[in-house]
Write a protein that binds this ligand. Structure first.
Ligand code: SAM
Length: 344
């Protein structure tokens, strides 16, 4: 008869991350912005900030030499899937997988193309209105990957696809300090930007803690922020992601000007004045507020008003201000060439 508690899993003694780096000659590739975390107290802290991982299914993106991977394996998880692009790290990760029999799967691939909806058993899926599923994403990725990736994952949140096929999957990710600050920036703050609105209208975004650059090997030029995302039960803006993205992008195109300046570029020149006034009027937003002063409810009303105008004028949504400028410039150049009798 079994007595007492079943001991939870702990990794057996292993070479240190520093020794793994030497053993497999894992020199960080500066061009790929590889910066490693060797301090297991820090990697444990990142993993603790993901919440309880007991019996959970975790996807770690960019495990590299495996510091965070070790902390995840020691956190009582059921299964860990790691997605690593750089072949050099695979043998070191295999060593970890052997030390945690049946717990760890390694995918040698690119997280930007990996189909996360097939990663874990379908049975883990929960209703969106229920609590988050037992699925987590954790990662310390290069900065040039983490920003496009979070935009893609936010679109997945809006469409309940990719990692959000399972429900409101939580993510704990690192970003360079400046991006981390934008993600959490509140109305009126200097760091308020497109990223603040896109993240906060879909997720509860929490700053966990900052890691000084000196904690990484090699040391990056900037400090790093650990950010935790939990998708909201109800998005704060109920319009398609691409529409919200367009409104927010245009408004922040002129971040130091009054917001009507950015709103205006949503519309072709021929209807600009009339439709800008109409949108501001319907949204009931003060046109003299600066983009950073607009709250999410302001953006909700602006997106609803723009959605209404797009329904009335079907060509509007595909209108692109930069393209109109480019076309104008082209025809001006053509005219000038004609005047000077220069052939095309
Ligand atoms: N997680 C490790 C740590 O904290 O020490 C390594 C961090 S290093 C900043 C980023 C890791 O992500 C590298 O191992 C790199 O090869 C990997 N990586 C970069 N781009 C990737 C991508 N598109 N898909 C999967 N892994 C990627």
């Amino acid at each position: 008869m079994a007595t007492g508690k079943i001991a939870s899993f702990r990794l057996p003694p292993l070479p240190t991350i520093g020794e793994i780096i030497k053993l497999y000659k894992l020199r960080a590739e500066k061009q790929l912005s590889q910066n490693f975390l060797l301090d297991l107290r820090l990697t444990d802290k990142i993993v603790r900030n993901a919440g309880s991982l007991k019996d959970s299914y975790v996807c770690e993106v960019g495990p590299g030499p495996g510091g965070i991977t070790r902390s995840i394996l020691n956190a009582g998880i059921t299964q860990l899937l790691v997605v690593e692009k750089d072949t050099r790290f695979i043998p070191g990760l295999q060593l970890l997988a052997e030390a945690a029999p049946g717990k760890m799967k390694i995918v040698h691939g690119d997280i930007l193309t990996y189909k996360m909806e097939r990663a874990f058993p379908k049975e883990l899926q929960t209703e969106w209105k229920d609590g988050p599923p037992n699925v987590h994403i954790i990662g310390n990725l290069p900065f040039n990957v983490s920003t496009p990736l979070i935009i893609r994952w936010l679109e997945n949140v809006a469409n309940k696809t990719g990692p959000f096929f399972y429900g409101r999957t939580q993510m704990t990710l690192t970003f360079q300090k400046e991006v981390a600050e934008r993600l959490i920036a509140s109305t009126g703050s200097r760091q308020r930007s497109r990223l603040s609105i896109m993240a906060q209208y879909l997720c509860n975004v929490k700053s966990c803690f900052m890691i000084p650059g000196r904690a990484f090997v090699p040391k990056p030029k900037v400090d790093v922020g650990v950010i935790h995302f939990t998708p909201l039960m109800e998005p704060q803006i109920n319009q398609p992601f691409k529409l919200v993205e367009k409104v927010v992008r245009c408004v922040f195109s002129f971040r130091r000007k009054y917001c009507h300046r950015g709103i205006a570029i949503l519309f072709p020149e021929s209807q600009r004045k009339e439709l800008t006034d109409q949108m501001i009027d319907v949204a009931d937003v003060d046109p003299l507020l600066r983009p950073v002063e607009l709250s999410i409810p302001h953006f909700r009303r602006l997106c609803d008003a723009y959605g209404q105008l797009c329904a009335e004028h079907p060509h509007l949504f595909t209108y692109n201000f930069r393209e109109e400028l480019r076309q104008k410039k082209l025809s001006r150049n053509k005219m000038q060439r004609k005047v000077k009798h220069i052939p095309d």
